[in-house]
Design a protein around this ligand. Structure first.
Ligand code: AMP
Ligand code: ZN
Length: 689
């Protein structure tokens, strides 16, 4: 076949052309490889070394270029390409898989004495010098990664220690997890670590949740482990998770010590925090603990202790395991830092959705290296449960959040005259009576139209970066515009003139022009983002995308019933009711009519629409292998554009498997077992033609 091709090829093309053809193919494969290597290196510099050498913009350009080349050349498919970091595969059911090496717990200690006892037990078994590796104990979700020939092949949660859930698709989106290793790594090994959500990313996620009226997440650890079980991997990709590694498992260990293994893991491209230290004695271990008990508050992620490990792998083997944990390791748990201070006043904030948040204003006090002035009180129930009152002496603790919380009242200092806190019944900003819906923890101010922080908040949300992204208009200017009576809803923005804006504080001709031009430009923002910008409660970015895709225009969405909405993938009662309530308000309808009249995008553009059908609605697809007519990405897009769903793994709910060349053998067996039809690329294209 090959020689026949060459024969015809030789006939058809003169030597020079053949040469060009050859060069062009080589160039393409090499070009793709070069881009992948470059992106890997930049990822490494950014996420592991914290030292980027190019701008985010340049990185995005390269990534886009690679995405396009990969789409055009599916023959060079690579399951570990940096383009997979953005996610997209959906996992319906996470498969349970057995761990090759059991994932043990750690014994805990709380004092110097506990550690000295542990050392005595070690010395009974080991008749030689013992040194220790001291590491921080990261507070997140434990993870076991398997690498074969330098490629990530599996990521499994700890589960019960014997078996866990296969979350590979989701873990591949975590940028600090290398998909391809470098250096002299063993051909097959497992590496263990902790997936954490650094404080800054956690706070940012919570700010976004509060913005759409969702309850904020309580702590980074649970949020990190919850993220691993999300079905849509592109959602995981958006979360700023990190993976910190600490232990290598090999069939025949080549590495001699724990400390060396940390160094090796770093060389292969893993993120291994530099804080780990070698200790020659228990005194040095204790010095490490005392140092980090204080300094840990400066770390960007949560730690809850120190893990001390016998350094020599051979000694570790001699010591072995108890039923539950290694005898060669010990966790030392930090005590959560607390201080007592006086609660001076409880104040109440009103959010964009009208949600009321009580805030404790404290007598400033130092806690974990920072001065604390405020603590969150969550809601009325929380205040009642702890019986928190103004004037009380309270214990404040810093947990996983940046804002500390009140954990108890010191009753010894409560004054005789003190009376229980009466939660406010009226909005502090507009004096409207507050309401509280059944089953909800938060109180709300229902005066959406007349309550200033709600009016300002809605417009601020509308113009924000992920919504209409209006350049030249910031949150403070919005407040100015509202307070000066120039606007009272987001439709009013589109009638602002330069002359109206110039007299405002700190406004010059140029900035006024920019502002008006920015508003004009926002008319090009696509429908799905406009829908998010409208600020319907519970309609975040992802939900807005789903609704835009399903209903295609605001007119259709406005007419949808709650029953109809629930039929849409991933839309539940709560969202459905909120959407119906929004469109049933005459005021909202008229604002939307106005937006339409200004030329804001309130439907999916015709071009996008032309490629969409419902031919595959209700069918779930798994895509496997390499394709010839369309790229994998295109194939997936075709499935979604025609109403189908994509899943990352085969289950009884899968309707079809679209198989290209080199379909994975395990997928094939599974499909056969479940009796799921395997169709070819051509057969699939037939289905939608
Ligand atoms: P525990 O869950 O309290 O039994 O503690 C054991 C867990 O601590 C392990 O499963 C790991 O997920 C986690 N851990 C965090 N940091 C480390 C570390 N440096 N070395 C070992 N385990 C760690
Ligand atoms: Zn109000």
């Amino acid at each position: 076949m090959g020689s026949l091709f060459l024969l015809i090829f030789n006939e058809l093309y003169p030597i020079q052309k053949q040469y060009n053809f050859y060069i062009c193919c080589m160039n393409m494969e090499q070009k793709i490889k070069q881009l992948r290597d470059a992106l890997r290196e930049h990822n490494y510099n950014y996420y592991i070394l914290d030292n980027p050498t190019i701008s985010d913009y340049e990185f995005d350009i390269k990534l886009k270029e690679l995405q396009e080349l990969e789409a055009a050349h599916p023959e060079y498919y690579d399951a570990n390409s940096p383009t997979l970091r953005v996610g997209g595969e959906v996992t319906k059911n996470f498969e349970t898989v057995a761990h090759t090496y059991r994932m043990y717990s750690l014994d805990n200690s709380y004092s110097k004495e506990d550690l000295l006892d542990w050392e005595k037990r070690i010395k009974k078994v080991i008749d030689a010098e013992v040194t220790y590796t001291c590491e921080l104990k990261y507070d997140g979700a434990s993870m076991s990664l398997t690498y074969e020939k330098g490629k990530l092949v599996r990521a499994v949660t700890r589960g019960d220690g014997f078996q866990g859930d296969d979350v590979t698709t989701n873990v591949k989106t975590i940028k600090s997890v290398p998909l391809q290793l470098k250096g002299d790594y063993p051909p097959l090994f497992e590496i263990r670590g902790e997936i954490v959500l650094p404080f800054a990313g956690f706070e940012k996620m919570n700010a976004e949740r509060i913005d759409i009226g969702e309850e904020p997440y309580r702590n980074p650890r649970n949020t990190a482990s919850g993220s691993l079980k999300l079905q849509d991997s592109s959602e995981v990709a958006k979360r700023p998770l990190e993976c910190l590694l600490y232990s290598i498992k090999e069939e025949r260990p080549t590495i001699k010590t724990q400390f060396e293994s940390l160094k090796k893991a770093r060389e292969w491209g893993f993120k291994v925090p530099m804080e780990a230290k070698l200790a020659k004695s228990m005194d040095e271990v204790l010095a490490f603990i005392n140092y980090w008990d204080v300094q840990r508050h400066k770390l960007p992620y949560e730690t809850d202790g120190v893990v001390v490990k016998v350094n020599s792998i051979q000694q570790q083997e001699e010591l072995g395991y108890t039923a539950k944990s290694p005898r060669w390791a010990m966790a030392y748990k930090f005590k959560a830092e607390q201080v007592a201070t006086i609660l001076e006043e409880i104040t109440y904030q009103v959010g964009r959705t009208g949600a009321i948040t009580p805030v404790a204003n404290l007598e400033p006090v130092e806690l974990a290296g920072t001065i604390v002035k405020r603590a969150s009180l969550h809601n009325a129930d929380q205040i009642a449960k702890l019986d928190i009152r103004e004037g009380d002496t309270v214990f404040v603790e810093k947990g996983g959040e940046i804002i500390p919380k009140i954990i108890a009242v010191d009753m010894n200092f409560r004054s005789q005259a003190s009376t229980p806190t009466e939660y406010i019944t009226e909005c502090p900003e507009c004096q409207t009576a507050l309401v509280r819906k059944e089953g909800e923890a938060q109180h709300y101010c229902p005066n959406a139209e007349g309550c200033p922080p709600q009016i300002i908040g809605r417009i601020q949300h509308f113009i924000s970066r992920k919504a209409m992204d209006i350049e030249g208009l910031g949150a403070e200017t919005v407040a100015l515009l509202v307070n000066n009576g120039l606007i009272s809803n987001y439709a009013d923005l589109y009638e602002l003139t330069i002359d109206q804006v110039i007299p405002l504080e700190r406004m010059a001709q140029k900035s006024a022009e920019n502002l008006v031009a920015g508003i004009e430009a926002s008319k090009q923002i696509p429908f799905e983002r406009v829908l998010f910008a409208l600020g319907i409660r519970y309609v975040g970015e992802t939900v807005a995308k789903k609704l835009a895709k399903h209903y295609k225009s605001v007119t259709a969405l406005a007419e949808a019933s709650a029953e109809g909405l629930i039929e849409v993938d991933e839309i539940g009662d709560r969202i459905a009711e909120s959407v119906v309530a929004f469109f049933s308000e005459e005021k909202n309808r008229s604002i939307i009519e106005r937006l339409k009249s200004y030329g804001v995008q309130l439907e999916i553009s015709a071009e996008k629409l032309a490629n969409q059908t419902n031919k595959l609605t209700g069918n779930s697809f798994v895509v496997s292998g390499v394709f010839t007519k369309v790229s994998r990405t295109e194939l997936k897009k075709l499935i979604e554009d025609n109403g189908g769903r994509i899943s990352g793994s085969i289950s009884s709910k899968t309707n079809y498997i679209v198989a290209g060349e080199n379909m994975g053998p395990s997928k094939k067996t599974k499909a056969d077992d479940l009796g799921i039809p395997i169709i070819s690329e051509d057969e699939f294209l037939q289905m939608i033609s």
